[in-house]
Design a protein around this ligand. Structure first.
Ligand SMILES: Nc1ncnc2c1ncn2[C@@H]1O[C@H](COP(=O)(O)OP(=O)(O)OP(=O)(O)O)[C@@H](O)[C@H]1O
Ligand SMILES: [Mg+2]
Length: 314
């Protein structure tokens, strides 16, 4: 049975009416394959203007399938997301699924790769079969996709190599048969099999945020505190080369200190809060070192004399 990318009004009503029961149905069906995330739980990531533009066009396309059908086209439905950890790949896939009103099944590719020969290709087919016959439309999300879609170049015909080839062939077949929304995410694109790569009609790279995005991210995660623009800009500056995930951690540390600091008799001026945060967090191995850790003294000096503490929205 063919499925459209977006939901029928009936299914949408069911999801809106009682997401709890839709979730438990879905968990019964897919629980062993991955984790179900529902549309209502999605958050909108902050992205650079070119990425936002590409996504806007894609969403528009998915809502205009009749117009496309008239010229022999179908909306694109397979998207490969690449970029460093914590920059929003999972968040973005969840957000797009939610904009289309569909739940998403998040699968770890390493878990699909079975321990026994032949198991992985069977696990994959099982996943696609379940997604095709499910009464809800569901988006599929393959995390750590490089583990599943490594290039076949240089493979021989022995056991493990055969298994790799089988996985690739199964993926190619299943991709061609699956009409639903499908995402894959990876930190490393260089090893992905070219034939699989080609099956993704969108390849979106989400890199580190620029200054404008960091500003928006700080403002977002500092809510309900209302920082003045010069404070937001100063925080955005010390987080140069940081992932949105790390900036979020920093903002949450500031909020925790503002709320609990006085009771714990901790200093709550901005440089002291940030100094404690810098001592308790770091970018993960292999990631660039953000400015706060490269130039801590200068950063703390830049944070002194700003309007502080912030007001809290009622
Ligand atoms: N672009 C963004 N805008 C706002 N928040 C973001 C953004 N990217 C990440 N975050 C926040 O950081 C956290 C981690 O993001 P997410 O899991 O989407 O990253 P990822 O790219 O999938 O990382 P990984 O490669 O480790 O899977 C989320 O809680 C999300 O709220
Ligand atoms: Mg992720």
């Amino acid at each position: 049975m063919r499925k459209d990318v977006h939901l029928t009004p009936k299914t949408l009503d069911e999801l809106k009416g009682d997401p709890g029961s839709a979730r438990s149905d879905l968990e019964k069906e897919f629980g062993s394959l991955g984790v179900i995330v529902m549309p209502g739980e999605a958050e909108a990531p902050i992205l650079t203007p070119p990425v936002r533009g590409a996504l806007h066009q894609w969403l528009f396309e998915m809502n205009s399938d009749e117009d496309l059908k008239a010229v022999g086209l179908k909306p694109r439905s397979r998207c490969l997301l690449s970029g460093p950890p914590g920059c929003g790949k999972t968040t973005l896939a969840h957000h797009i699924s939610a904009r289309l009103g569909v739940p998403m099944l998040v699968m770890q590719s390493s878990e699909i790769i079975g321990k026994y020969l032949g198991e992985s290709a069977r696990n994959l087919s099982k996943t696609f079969r379940a997604a095709r016959r499910n009464r809800y439309d569901i988006a599929l999300f393959f995390d750590e996709f490089d583990a599943l879609a490594k290039s076949r170049a240089g493979l021989g015909s022995e056991g493990a190599d055969n298994e790799r080839s089988n996985i690739t062939i199964t993926l190619l077949q299943e991709f061609d048969r699956y009409d639903g929304l499908l995402f894959a995410a990876t930190n490393v694109t260089k090893d992905i099999d070219p034939a699989i790569w080609r099956r993704f009609q969108l390849q979106i790279e989400i890199g580190f945020p620029g200054a404008a995005e960091r500003f928006a991210i700080v403002r977002l995660y500092m809510a309900p505190f209302q920082l003045q623009d010069e404070v937001i800009a100063a925080l955005a500056a010390i987080f140069e080369d940081a992932s949105p995930a790390l900036i979020r951690e920093g903002c949450e540390a500031i909020k925790r200190s503002l709320v609990l600091g006085p009771r714990m008799k901790l200093a709550t001026d901005l440089p002291s809060i940030i100094e404690r945060f810098a001592a308790s967090a770091a970018a993960s191995e292999g990631m660039p070192e953000p400015l706060l850790w490269r130039e801590p003294r200068q950063c703390l000096r830049d944070l002194a004399d700003l309007p502080w503490p912030p007001e809290r929205a009622a």
